[in-house]
Design a protein around this ligand. Structure first.
Ligand code: P6P
Length: 339
């Protein structure tokens, strides 16, 4: 009967979060309600993304649909869905979205105590060729509920309460941490529920994969160029590492988390702060990496120690297996000493 018990004892995301809430007896369940609204957004986007290819086929996505209305682009649609879900949760007060130039301050009547920074559909340029894309989010607690300002979303990443991503690929996988380790859930479309499939994810201490856009090699600084060279031509007789680069952050980070290795988006002469955004790409992924036993570095400091000055700030990022990032930190320390 063991097998039957397993099949009926489904650990859903909702149950898992309620269990986490149980760790905080004083909690009124606000965080649980907030997460349930984020999950609702993810389910909607998963369904829309899965239809995107079909929609394009029958002339819906990005063109006029049968009623002749201009069909919204998927990232615009996803952003609207998340903003509406987060506002209607009644648990948020400031929202930062990759799609919106300015932060959204929730109407005081609907305000809660959380700030959410998110990229509703990261990597959306990859939709048409079927490459996995995703939603990335990070959650802060506001500092003073009677005085809500932009400072509430310009906190260092180490003050994030929770972070996660939802990857829309061959299956829909939601990876989440609220500070007690990392758990992965897979959407069972027949139930409409996220089921715990990857409990307590830990990233391998060292990996055999490096993930970077080699097309930028001409502009790299010495430490990055040296690290990549060592991946290809190891000095210690170890086999060369494999290069895996999907070009969709959620997919590259998810592979790094499960298989180990290191993902790099370095600074270069063209982009002195790299390309990836601090609040809704670098911080959430760095939070998850640390919670899974890995680490994340900007070239100058621990990524989560960074204090953003503007909501769309960028930062270079080197994240993944603990030992691999240590190697990169040593190369940057050498450069700092030499300069
Ligand atoms: P590049 C996608 O456009 C994105 O924002 C991330 O998802 C991805 O990691 C990165 O940009 C890819 O950038 O310059 O290598 O195409």
């Amino acid at each position: 009967h063991e097998a039957d018990a397993y099949r009926t004892d489904l650990m859903t995301l909702t149950r898992h979060v309620l269990n986490e809430q149980g760790r905080h007896p004083e909690s009124r369940g606000d965080f649980t309600i907030l997460l349930s609204h984020i999950v609702l957004g993810c389910k909607f986007v998963a369904s829309a993304v899965n239809k995107a290819g079909l929609a394009k086929l029958i002339g819906l996505a990005g063109e006029t649909n049968v009623q002749g209305e201009e069909q919204k682009k998927l990232d615009v649609l996803s952003n609207e869905v998340f903003v509406k879900a987060l506002v209607s949760s009644g648990r948020t007060c400031v929202l930062v979205s990759e799609e919106d130039e300015e932060a959204t301050f929730v109407d005081p009547k609907l305000r809660g105590k959380y700030c959410v920074c998110f990229d509703p559909l990261d990597g959306s340029s990859n939709i048409d060729c079927g490459v996995s894309i995703g939603t990335i989010f990070g959650i802060y607690m506001i500092k003073d509920k009677d005085n809500v300002t932009l400072e509430d979303v310009l906190q260092p990443g180490k003050d994030m309460l929770a972070a996660g991503y939802c990857m829309y690929g061959s299956s829909c996988t939601l990876v989440l941490s609220s500070g007690n380790g990392v758990n992965g859930f897979t959407l069972d479309p027949s139930l409409g529920e996220f089921i715990l499939t990857h409990p307590d994810i830990k990233i391998p201490k060292k990996g055999k994969i490096y993930s970077v856009n080699e097309g930028n090699a001409r502009n790299w600084d010495v430490p990055t160029a040296t690290f990549v060279e060592k991946c290809k031509y190891p000095q210690d007789g170890s086999p060369p590492k494999s290069l895996r680069y999907i070009g969709s952050m959620v997919a590259d980070v998810h592979r790094t988390l499960l298989y180990g290795g290191v993902f790099l988006y370095p600074a270069d002469e063209k982009n002195p702060n790299g390309k990836l955004r601090v609040l809704y790409e670098v911080f959430p992924m760095s939070f998850l990496m640390e919670q899974a036993g890995g680490q994340s570095f900007t070239g100058k400091e621990r990524a989560l120690d960074l204090v953003p000055t503007k909501i769309h700030d960028r930062s270079p990022v080197f994240l993944g297996s603990y030992d691999d990032v240590e190697e990169i930190k040593a190369l940057y320390a050498e450069q700092a000493k030499a300069s």
